[in-house]
Design a protein around this ligand. Structure first.
Ligand SMILES: [Zn+2]
Length: 104
């Protein structure tokens, strides 16, 4: 069985990668923001093969992403061993990373 710390580290790396992707999506979307109220972001869960998307309002994404260590995952994709659920919405979950000893 894999050590929890290794899993947490990999999860953090995946989440940072997907967060970067979503930042790009947001930037591309922002110019159309007047016309678009919803954006489709990728699930930020720890599963590298996950290609799930989450429909979310741009406002919600901007509001929650300001909180350090919070990520969006599809409902059921949360890993409560390494992250805490801080909010449940329609079809997705907001999670916050638990403190990891090593810096990502
Ligand atoms: Zn996922």
């Amino acid at each position: 069985m894999e050590a929890k710390s290794e899993r947490a580290e990999r999860a953090a790396q995946n989440e940072l990668l997907f967060r970067a992707v979503n930042e790009q999506i947001l930037q591309m979307t922002e110019r159309f923001r007047a016309q678009l109220s919803d954006i489709d972001i990728v699930c930020e869960c720890a599963v590298a093969s996950c290609v799930g998307t989450i429909r979310i309002t741009a406002e919600e994404f901007v509001r929650i992403r300001r909180e350090t260590g919070t990520f969006f995952v599809l409902a059921g994709h949360e890993d409560t061993d390494v992250e805490d659920v801080v909010g449940r919405r329609n079809g997705y979950v907001v999670v916050r990373k638990q403190a990891v000893a090593a810096d990502a």
